[in-house]
Design a protein around this ligand. Structure first.
Ligand SMILES: C[S@@+](CC[C@H](N)C(=O)[O-])C[C@H]1O[C@@H](n2cnc3c(N)ncnc32)[C@H](O)[C@@H]1O
Length: 207
């Protein structure tokens, strides 16, 4: 975790300043996600980054637990939440793998632009399944490089070795779906805004 957190600490300010690449798709993803929220819900976002998505959803949830391995990202996120007057998000430094909380704690878990950055996505997805209440939802937007940039499989370890890239895993959308269904999720919605773009999935833990 330390090597990865150092990478994200280093680029946090730049990442936070970067405009959203596809604003229309981002808005649509927010809207679809918001449709799942009900008053009183407990939400977890892992890999929350600079906090923009958690802050956008905060008015619609009772509480959002937002975790990330990068202190610098969390500092930016806390600052943004304070500036926006948002008080129902708790930011905490933790990785999805070591985050300790009782099973069945959450109504919704968000994992956005993160599953391809994990050493073991199956373990993370299985953990998300455990952390959700029966009937809960996992919302993920994931770059599936195996469909569009298979050559990244060779390049990513070199980029990581020279410190230019974080850990990046290459898999296809079909493999991601198989990971989700293999963990016990039913896929409710699967939307890819365009070729090469992140795959947006709403997965349901049967209740
Ligand atoms: C590409 S950014 C995405 C940030 C945000 N979700 C977004 O959509 O803009 C990935 C984030 O995941 C965090 N991260 C990387 N590995 C993680 C892990 N194992 N557990 C939790 N967060 C992690 C990084 O620190 C970084 O802030």
């Amino acid at each position: 975790m330390d090597r990865e957190s150092r990478f994200w600490d280093r680029i946090a300010r730049r990442y936070a300043r970067r405009p959203v690449a596809d604003e229309a798709s981002y808005r649509k993803k927010l809207e679809i996600t918001r449709g799942l929220f009900r008053p009183g819900m407990e939400v977890l976002e892992f890999g929350c980054g600079s906090g923009a998505t958690a802050i956008a959803h905060a008015p619609h949830a009772r509480h959002i637990q937002a975790i990330d391995i990068s202190r610098a990202m969390l500092d930016i996120a806390r600052g943004k939440a304070a500036a926006a007057g948002v008080t129902n998000i708790t930011f905490e430094r933790a990785g999805i793998d070591d985050y300790a909380v009782a099973d069945g704690s959450y109504d919704i878990v968000l994992g956005l632009s993160i599953l391809h950055l994990l050493a073991d996505r199956d373990a993370a997805i299985a953990k998300v399944h455990r952390l959700l209440k029966p009937g809960g939802f996992f919302v993920t937007s994931t770059t599936c490089l195996g469909d569009s940039m298979r050559w990244m499989k060779a390049l990513a370890p070199i980029g990581r070795a020279v410190g230019l890239m974080p850990l990046v895993k290459v898999f296809t959308a079909k493999q991601l779906e198989a990971s989700l269904t293999g963990a016990g999720f039913a896929i409710e919605q699967n939307w890819q805004p365009g070729k090469g773009k992140a795959v947006f999935i709403v997965a349901h833990k049967p209740g």
